[in-house]
Design a protein around this ligand. Structure first.
Ligand SMILES: Cc1ncc(COP(=O)(O)O)c(C=O)c1O
Length: 381
């Protein structure tokens, strides 16, 4: 049997899917010498030379006093709570990634959710005092999208009531206000170096702490509680960053400034081109200092021609995978929704944000063609 030739059809090149972010990676060949060094030394973890070097370089780069590297931010948050012996209740935001509240449950602490500020979407300090009880020991705010919290007001309340402050600063790498790094506020601040973050080590995280004694305690806790070969002072965890991740981090630091500049251009472009679209509100950066342009959240209000979810689906049909960060609210997940502070009638502003926000793709290698498509799809309504 002879087959007749197939009719000629023009080939349609499928567009590569566009995700909300794409990890930044150095050229592979630049990483090989670092790997060679690890292979030669056979030091793979437990505070090896790359680990020590990255801690020192991050102190310099970020403008902070002490950095303790971790395997990820979730373990770092849990360790931060353990280091400060936090118990009872902690006031936090429902508008975040679920790891914020999970770290409290992992340490046997009860989260108390309070509503957010309508502009910054960060925990609103005006709601803190009413939520304080005799069991309250700390506040855990989040610099959501890298927008600084009202750090002075939060500290004032913490000082008045004798509370600790632990910042979930997972989004706030490199963010500064007029006084310097935002990571210097609070008793401790926790960074994430997850693949989706502005600065990534594949997986990773860190605790920023103000003094050497606290860093030492944290260093013990992330190594099972070992102080020396025969002394264990607490039920610590294995939270150590490996030499592989630390070496990658050293290399990632080199091109970071350039990568953030590219993010800034995309941020400016979105703001300019979406400014006049009825019902679309670009969430403001919320401060005058240095931003990291980690996320680009917009709010899809009732004046827009589609609902937020409708826009989310339409973008997806066109290969644009924007994300509804943060929907659902943490307080709506089964392990939290029974808490009094999670009642549906409370937290109206966080709920509105969860219903209206969509984060648009932003990363240094976002193709121009994709950026144009996202903007024109949103403008077309
Ligand atoms: C606000 C916030 N906190 C904590 C985490 C947890 O970070 P990690 O994935 O490094 O454990 C994330 C992660 O993406 C986050 O966005």
């Amino acid at each position: 049997m002879t087959l007749s030739p197939l009719p000629h059809r023009p080939t349609i090149r499928p567009m590569k899917p566009i995700y909300v972010t794409e990890p930044t990676l150095p050229p592979l060949e630049e990483f090989i010498p670092y790997l060679q060094q690890i292979w030669d030394s056979k030091t793979l973890t437990n505070g090896g030379p790359f680990h020590q070097q990255l801690e020192a370089e991050l102190c310099r780069h970020l403008g902070v006093r002490h950095v303790s590297l971790f395997t990820n931010a979730t373990i770092a948050l849990i360790t931060a709570l353990q280091a400060l012996r936090i118990t009872g209740e902690v006031i936090t935001t429902p508008y975040s990634f679920v790891a914020t509240a999970h770290s409290l449950l992992w340490t046997g602490v009860k989260p108390v959710f309070v509503d957010v500020d309508p502009v910054t979407l960060n925990l609103d300090p005006r709601n803190i005092e009413a939520a304080i009880t005799p069991q309250t020991t700390a506040i855990m705010p989040v610099h959501c999208y890298g927008t600084p919290c009202d750090v002075d007001e939060i500290q004032r309340i913490a000082d008045t009531y004798g509370l600790k402050v632990i910042y979930d600063a997972a989004h706030a790498f490199g963010v500064r206000n007029q006084s310097g790094s935002i990571l210097n506020y609070g008793d401790l601040a926790v960074l994430s170096f997850h693949a989706t973050k502005v600065f990534n080590t594949f997986e990773g995280g860190a605790i920023i702490c103000p003094d050497a004694k606290t860093k030492q305690r944290i260093d013990h806790l992330k190594n099972f509680g070992f102080v020396d070969e025969v002394t264990v002072v607490a039920p610590g965890i294995n939270g150590k960053m490996s030499e592989f991740n630390a070496a990658l981090g050293l290399l990632q630091l080199k091109d970071l400034e350039q990568a953030i500049q590219k993010r800034q251009l995309i941020d400016a472009r979105y703001r300019r081109e979406l400014a006049g679209v009825a019902g679309i509100h670009c969430v403001p950066r919320g401060h005058e200092g240095v931003s990291n342009y980690a996320y680009f959240p917009i709010m899809v209000g009732p004046q827009y021609s589609r609902s937020r979810d409708d826009l989310y689906r339409r973008l997806k049909e066109h290969g644009i995978h924007a994300r509804r960060y943060f929907y659902p609210l943490i307080s709506d997940f089964p392990m939290y929704r029974g808490l009094p502070s999670a009642a549906r009638s409370t937290l109206p502003l966080a709920r509105q944000a969860a219903d209206q926000v969509i984060c648009l793709p932003i990363y240094p290698t976002l193709p121009e063609e994709a950026l144009e498509r996202i903007i024109s799809l949103i403008r077309a309504g």
